[in-house]
Write a new protein. Sequence first.
Lengths: 51, 235
Amino acid sequence: MGAWGFVALAYGIVWSAIVMYWIFLKRRYRAAEAELSRLRSLEVSSDNVKK
Amino acid sequence: MAQTIQTIKQRKGILGALAAVAVAIGLYWSLAVAPPDAYQGDVQRIMYLHLPSILTAYLSYFLVFVGSAMYLWKRERRDDLLAHAAAELGVLFTALTIIEGSIWGKPTWGVWWTWDARLTLTAILLLIYTGYLMLRSLIDDENRAASAAAILGIIGFLDIPLIHMSVYWWRTLHQPPSILRPDKAPWENVHPAMLTALVISFVGFLLIYFYLLSLRYRVGEMRQEIKTLRLERGV
């Protein structure tokens, strides 16, 4: 492999890993957000039942 | 610190956009504008990733250290959340540093890996903070997990001065610093175009880091809220 091959390998791995982590984090963010709004809506509906 | 985190959280969209711009400019400078090194040739361009990623990892472990110390002192959950988020990102950037170093080492030293003092201590740093993340998931009691992790987070940080000084204290294959030298200013030792590429790249890494940290911190906060709501509701 030539010099540019090693450079491409390093840049490819680093930026792919960062983008993959970002996507993974976004998924965790959305999942937590959805779960939180579900629990909050449960809270609101049970409060309405009490009333 | 809590106020800084709050500001970063509110402006994470702007931060993400700025990070993308800085990374694009950094890539252009690193791959097209900066000249090849007189001895190493184009392979030296890997340094525009290697140095920013290890400095970002050090910053991350510093935040783990601060968050852990604050948690042990004040017992506030947000400090533990910060330490946990920073540890996860520190592990990512340390792993990337080792991979980049290995890819640079093959054409430069002729080997992918060697048990050099700096390399070995960096691998130990990665193991300590991987252990930190595992420890948190192994202990069920949340407060005990946070306390144990905080102690490990503080002890683990002591490895960083050792890594920095290793090239002075032991005979190592890893060269001494070119930028952070006590006897010379960076611009006296490095070509201005190379230094510019390095600075822009570092700014890009920092912006990406704070963007990812704000996301990861918010995930931790939301999980905490979920746990509290589940307990309250008995869900």
